[in-house]
Design a protein around this ligand. Structure first.
Ligand code: TMO
Length: 316
């Protein structure tokens, strides 16, 4: 069977004159795992697809910024969720150094920024404008933040530059970093009981949008260079004086050595494209339904064969 496949592959190569269709290496494809649910479930979904093709897969838990250096060096094979807002800068820096490449976009459109559940707007009707938020800062004051408003930002490795933005826009807020994604959901959940105004870091696609209707704060629109050139954005002397991209990309990235070492898996990686609802559902299985990520991935694959099987066998 193996011989026949190889011969057939050889014939196709000769006929088409394209790259070799050699078998994938038996070394494990190394997939990184980070600290938010959709990325963990998606990584297991794709890992299980690769395993179904006969590949071996290894998962490693890594920092979500440092991972681009690891992919560039080939210590990690790929990254499935390159969010423009959080990781665009690290991804671009690694691209410039060389060793990793853009393996295509997901269908999903992403946004990551300051966000509030809708009841917050009852107390601060000028929202979603950031200046209105700033005028309402006292509504968000806590014992911890004194007369400043409290903004609960994401874990530090998501590098949201919340503190820099507060300074650049001269806002009356104190930025606190959550220790985990779960701490963000706990903050919204506890505010829900008495409809206390809160503003926290959030993103889409995510399970949260189905649980708590809400909106992103509208900051000065993102302009390329806002994180590199002080002249860009409303404050001529500061970086990070813009919101994150409101229509951000979600990319896949791969080590440059992947196409040669695992051509079959690489071909599938290139075809993989998840939508906003698919990604939100992956997160929901874990964050709402409390499934283990591996179990959530199995369930997703079972229920979505028509989505992923075409990536593997071309839909035949
Ligand atoms: C990187 N994240 C999706 C959590 O903003």
């Amino acid at each position: 069977m193996k011989l026949k496949t190889t011969l057939l592959a050889g014939a196709i190569t000769l006929a088409s004159g394209t790259a070799s269709l050699a078998a994938d290496s038996s070394d494990p494809i190394v997939i990184p795992i980070h600290n938010w649910s959709s990325q963990i479930v998606m990584s297991h979904v794709v890992g299980q697809i690769f395993e179904s093709m006969g590949n071996s897969v290894e998962f490693v838990t890594t920092d979500s910024q440092a991972v681009y250096e690891s992919v560039r060096l080939g210590d990690v094979t790929l990254e499935l969720e390159v969010w423009e807002g959080a990781f665009g800068a690290s991804f671009r820096a690694a691209l410039e150094k060389g060793g990793l490449h853009d393996a295509g976009d997901h269908d999903a459109v992403t946004r990551e920024d300051w966000w509030y559940p809708m009841w917050t707007k009852d107390a601060c009707p000028g929202l979603p404008d950031w200046k209105a938020l700033n005028e309402c800062a006292h509504l968000f004051a806590t014992a911890e933040t004194g007369d400043k408003g409290r903004y609960l930002d994401g874990p530090v490795d998501w590098l949201k530059h919340g503190k820099e933005r507060v300074e650049a826009l001269d806002m009356n807020f104190t930025v606190i970093n959550a220790g985990s994604a779960a701490a963000l959901w706990a903050e919204i959940g506890s505010a829900e009981k008495d409809k206390r105004p809160v503003v926290v870091f959030n993103w889409t696609p995510n399970f949260a949008e189905a649980v708590w209707p809400g909106e992103f704060v509208e900051f000065p629109e993102w302009v390329d260079g806002c994180d590199k050139d002080p002249a860009v954005g409303p404050n001529p002397n500061a970086l990070y004086d813009c919101g994150n991209p409101a229509q951000g990309y979600l990319k896949k990235a791969a080590w440059d050595g992947m196409p040669d070492k695992w051509p079959g898996a690489y071909d599938v990686l290139k075809k993989i494209s998840f939508t906003n609802p698919q990604i939100a559902e992956m997160a929901k299985f874990v964050d709402t339904d409390e499934m283990e990520p591996e179990e959530a991935a199995e369930r997703w694959l079972e229920e979505n064969e028509s989505v992923w099987k075409v990536w593997v066998d071309g839909g035949t």
